[in-house]
Design a protein around this ligand. Structure first.
Ligand code: BGC
Length: 390
């Protein structure tokens, strides 16, 4: 058994996103998509984990485990439920969350946009509309006054995945197994413009700002390097390049994707796959961190990494190995600021509650929080920054 030591100022925590845990996010485009007749989504988010009301339980649970940082998102659809109409009460709600973290000795990190949009924004053209960056910037300005005490701000979560979701919504493409939709190029341009606007605005507060990109750890068969480059460029490279000049780059990774001359391939026959159907591949996050640093030259913050599994012991295996690889990357010179696990809670995985990523589950009847052994394990690692590996 070997023990590895992380730096004393390494940031240890867990992440969540509003729509996936709060419940009843009625004014968001995802809620609308879930309830519309003929919705193709298997489940609705409904009450989710009711974290809108139970955030204190969540923060207390995180703090009790030994973790010291909590990344959560503020919900644009609550703060601006109709175009130009700001809810002071919802701003006060998120301020209370930030304050509750600070009072509990937990460092809050805030995401301004995590996949969901207000319904009115989508009605008026969404990310395809040239006015989108202005509308986002106006919302960001509204949020700035509540951010006091926040350690890091993330502008738009996984803009690369969001641009692919928007591209995929057109439904024109026939996707081969293992392939990701082509990102919409107009949405890409507007997301990058919105990010730049948000960075300038957040900088007026002095809080470090960046955005979390989700690289897919593409690896090429011999001869398929050019196929890889062309496939990866619109799906991740441009978004990492757009982070140059930020205060840090955040990365989120779960698995890898093989690229052959025929393009991307699904997880190989016989490979261990998780509840999302992704190949079990713990080195993913270290590879993502190296790539993020190589492209941007910035320090890297791991803002998500985890595994959808019903076997909590496997979650610990995965996380231990992911951390070991991250530590190696740090020793080789990649500056890594911290590790935020996805996710604190089992949550609404964009259409289904079945892929359980949580360090804790909850009772669907009472919403009582039920920490899993992995939460105490990760909190224990966080307490002294020491990790036992084989
Ligand atoms: C997202 C999360 C999601 C997780 C697992 C990331 O793509 O930011 O919202 O639940 O990965 O799929």
């Amino acid at each position: 058994m070997t023990t590895i030591q992380f730096p004393a100022d390494f940031l240890w925590g867990a992440s969540t996103a509003a729509h996936q845990i709060e419940g009843n996010n009625l004014n968001s485009d995802w809620w609308q998509r879930e309830v519309e007749p003929g919705s193709r989504l298997a489940e609705r988010s409904g009450d989710a984990a009711d974290s809108y009301h139970r955030y204190r339980d969540d923060i207390d649970m995180l703090a009790a485990s030994g973790l010291r940082s909590y990344r959560f998102s503020v919900e644009w659809a609550r703060i601006e439920p109709e175009r130009g109409m700001v809810s002071r009460a919802e701003l006060a709600h998120y301020r209370r969350m930030i304050q509750y973290c600070l009072d509990a000795g937990v460092t809050p990190l805030v995401t301004l946009h995590h996949f969901t949009n207000p319904r009115w924004f989508v009605r008026d053209g969404g990310w395809l509309d040239p006015g989108a960056p202005d509308l986002f910037a106006r919302y960001v300005e509204t949020v700035l006054p509540i951010l006091d005490g926040v350690s890091h701000v993330f502008t738009i979560n996984e803009p690369n995945i969001l641009a692919m979701m928007i591209g995929g919504e057109k439904g024109e493409e026939q996707l081969q197994a293992g392939a990701l939709p082509a990102p919409d190029p107009v949405a890409t341009e507007h997301l990058i413009a919105a990010h730049r606007r948000a960075v300038d605005l957040v900088r007026t507060t002095g809080i470090p700002v960046g955005w979390p990109v989700a690289p897919q750890q593409f690896f090429a068969d011999p001869g398929a390097e050019e196929v890889l480059r062309a496939y990866a460029h619109p799906r991740e490279t441009v978004f990492l390049e757009a982070a140059r000049g930020d205060d840090f780059v955040a990365v989120q990774a779960y698995t890898r994707t093989r690229i052959t001359l025929d393009g991307p391939q699904p997880a190989p026959e016989g490979a261990e796959v998780t509840l999302t159907g992704w190949e079990y591949y713990p080195p993913a996050i270290a590879e993502a961190a190296r790539l993020g640093h190589e492209i941007t030259g910035l320090p890297v913050l791991v803002s998500e990494n985890g595994i959808a599994t019903a076997d909590d012991a496997r979650r610990i295996d995965y996380t231990r190995d992911a951390l070991r690889h991250l530590h190696e990357a740090m020793e080789e010179g990649t500056p890594i600021l911290g590790y935020l696990h996805w996710s604190l809670l089992d949550n609404y995985e964009w259409g289904s509650f079945r892929p359980t990523f949580g360090l804790a589950s909850w009772s669907p009847e009472t919403f009582e929080r039920l920490p899993k052994p992995s939460l105490a394990w990760l909190g224990g690692v966080a307490r002294d920054g020491r990790l036992d590996v084989d």
